[in-house]
Design a protein around this ligand. Sequence first.
Ligand SMILES: Cc1cc2nc3c(=O)[nH]c(=O)nc-3n(C[C@H](O)[C@H](O)[C@H](O)COP(=O)(O)O)c2cc1C
Length: 322
Amino acid sequence: MNQTISKISGNTLWLAPLAGLTDRAFRILCRRAGADVVVSEMVSADGLLHDSRRTFEYLYFTGEERPFGIQLFGSDPAIMARAAEIVASVKPDFIDINFGCPVKKVVKRNAGSALMRDPALAAAIVSAMKRALEPTGIPLTAKIRSGWDAQSINAVDFARALEDAGVDLIAVHPRTRSQMYAGRSDWAVTAAVKRAVSIPVVGNGDVRSASDAIALKDQTGCDAIMIGRGALGSPWRFAEIRRFCLTGAPPTITYVEKFDWIRQHVELVRRFKNETRAAIEMRIHLAGYTKGLSGGAAVRERIQHSTVLEEILGELQRLYHG
Ligand SMILES: Cc1cc2nc3c(=O)[nH]c(=O)nc-3n(C[C@H](O)[C@H](O)[C@H](O)COP(=O)(O)O)c2cc1C
């Protein structure tokens, strides 16, 4: 097995790609909190070929994020191969293909989860990208769903086709495209994929606590665990899971510790953005950081339009320190 793949797949915790949320600042924060692997937000292969500056910004990362993967979406094997060459030039640890995005804008271009309806084209994309990446030694991974809809659940056959085409690792979010993000993830699908392929499988979907992480591993035999929404507003989730898995200690992160993570988040956002953009970015994470806390709704109300980071931080400090 490729050295990077064994490093990123052995009992590791991954931060899932979340478009609009898992940017550099949040990825570094989660790495510090105990995520072993982080992935970029999805990047358009077409956008890279059209030399779009905004698309290129998604490729920026820092050494603190490694091991770091860049996720591409697209539907044309030649374009995806050329995009892989461009991405390889910034030297990520791996490149991932998005076969799961359910949003209309992506699916109508036959990309993301639409490709689960066309395993032959998906395999052609993998083969073309593998060929393009061969001289670089950068491994290629893929993230899939259960299938398109309840009538066409094909994750097992799809995963086999990708493995045959040369993909090095597969992450499974076991919902169909029709489900979007509703209902429960069907971890039995992930277990079936794990039994069917010999490459590492990353389990994903509805992990929000240390006991969920252990249950996912037990029920699927997956090699690694990927957490998305469970880390929003709780980057310390990784520290809790790590502590629990290593020592059996129950989650005991105090409010003082939690606020320290938020303070670090603000510092990181400030490192990459000007004050106004940074405040806007923190406001995106506000829902997560105030959710379920008494007084949280009032804080959201007061700072929903704030462009002053210190004001946002001050409100959160009062909320967490009481
Ligand atoms: C707001 C949002 C953005 C997402 N963006 C991406 C993305 O860019 N690429 C991707 O593969 N999956 C994306 N996903 C799916 C997640 O990576 C993950 O598979 C899904 O949320 C289930 O995991 P969770 O229950 O741990 O959140 C996104 C999900 C959400 C809610």
